[in-house]
Design a protein around this ligand. Structure first.
Ligand code: FAQ
Length: 308
């Protein structure tokens, strides 16, 4: 009966076991996992654009090869994640359609422009740093295919973070102009990186239920704090200033205190009115339309092979 199924599901979650595709699950659980994984997949794919913008203008062949590999990894992450969400019966074409018609979200962070090559380093350091902070606990997410995808994705994200830090270190050892470029990029990306963790806990409609289902393992504010604590010493090693006057160690809390995030800006960017939203979605839509003939050809080929 439905009651037995619910009990079995609750016990599985209670015992920290995984929910697998063929298991019974409450409709709300399915909907939440589909939403989170789809938004995550969209973020990886849209996230290729800001850095992709610099592939043709990378300063050396070595930097170009590294950047190309990183952006390809992001495509791979998107594909893993779309596969994970397909295990729940979602249709990839339908999800893409939701993305390009603005009915499904992707991370706010990718709506900011990349103005100089230092932005490539700062995205690696801060954006991938924030992504790791958020995603390492998701390796223990209760939905099996998502948790397993996260393990490999996190390994690659760690490499991305290190390449960003190394790029910035190199620039910081360069000319005063290069150091200024790095500081300017840090000034522009710091606050948007903090917004990646989502709204404050008190205003996060999904956190409580997602924590109870162990889809999420920590709240938005907990992970944001962890990211701040981890980034401050790294900024010191780099020799950059984080653009927040209120950032200071709080011995009583054992954490860094930090200033108020501009939540109005966050809401504006999430609702489609950030600096690059229109451009990002239009670019994705164009790529999807340009690829229609490839999908048709692949489908025709598959049909012929199965009918032979
Ligand atoms: N931007 O109730 P909550 C990457 C939405 S890393 C846009 O707190 P939840 C790697 C939220 O979805 C970036 N929307 O929601 C990379 C919800 O939407 P709804 C991707 C946001 O789900 C690096 C509503 O607001 N990472 O791509 C944002 O419990 C470099 C209410 O919020 C992931 O997706 C935001 N920042 O917690 C690639 C990680 N924050 O209900 C390229 C997995 C919240 O209207 C280059 N996701 N919203 O549909 C998660 O951990 C969670 O979904 C959160 C949000 C923490 C993002």
């Amino acid at each position: 009966s439905e009651e037995d199924l619910q009990q079995h599901f609750d016990r599985t979650i209670g015992e920290d076991q995984r929910i697998e595709p063929r298991d019974w699950m409450p409709e709300g659980y399915r909907r939440t996992v589909v939403r989170q994984i789809a938004q995550h997949a969209h973020s990886e794919i849209i996230g290729m654009q800001p850095e992709g913008n610099w592939i043709t203008r990378a300063p050396t062949l070595r930097r170009k090869a590294i950047l190309l590999a990183k952006v390809q990894d992001e495509a791979g992450h998107g594909l893993y994640l779309y596969s994970a969400v397909e295990t729940l019966g979602a249709d990839r074409g339908e999800l893409t359609d939701r993305l390009i018609t603005g009915r499904q979200k992707y991370s706010s962070i990718f709506n900011y422009p990349t103005l100089t090559f230092a932005d490539v380093g700062v995205i690696g350091w801060l954006v991938d740093g924030a992504a790791i902070c958020n995603q390492v606990p998701l390796c223990r997410s209760s939905y099996g295919p998502y948790a397993r995808a996260m393990i490999r994705i996190c390994k690659e994200e760690s490499f991305h973070q290190r390449q960003g830090f190394e790029l910035l270190m190199t620039m910081m050892k360069g000319t005063p102009g290069q150091r200024e470029m790095v500081q300017d990029a840090v000034n522009r990306w710091w606050w948007p990186s903090l917004m990646m963790f989502g709204p404050p806990d008190a205003e996060s409609p999904n956190t409580a239920q997602s924590m109870a289902w162990k889809i999420k393992r920590h709240t938005n504010d907990e992970l944001r704090q962890r990211f701040v604590d981890m980034s401050v010493p790294q900024a010191e090693v780099l020799g950059v200033t984080l653009p927040d006057d209120e950032l200071k160690w709080n011995a009583a809390r054992g954490h860094y205190d930090f200033g108020e995030i501009d939540w109005t800006e966050f809401k504006r960017v999430v609702s489609g009115d950030g600096p690059c939203n229109v451009q990002r979605v239009a670019h994705r839509r164009r790529a999807h339309e340009d690829g229609a003939w490839v999908r048709e050809a692949a489908a025709a080929h598959a049909r012929r092979n199965t009918s032979e």
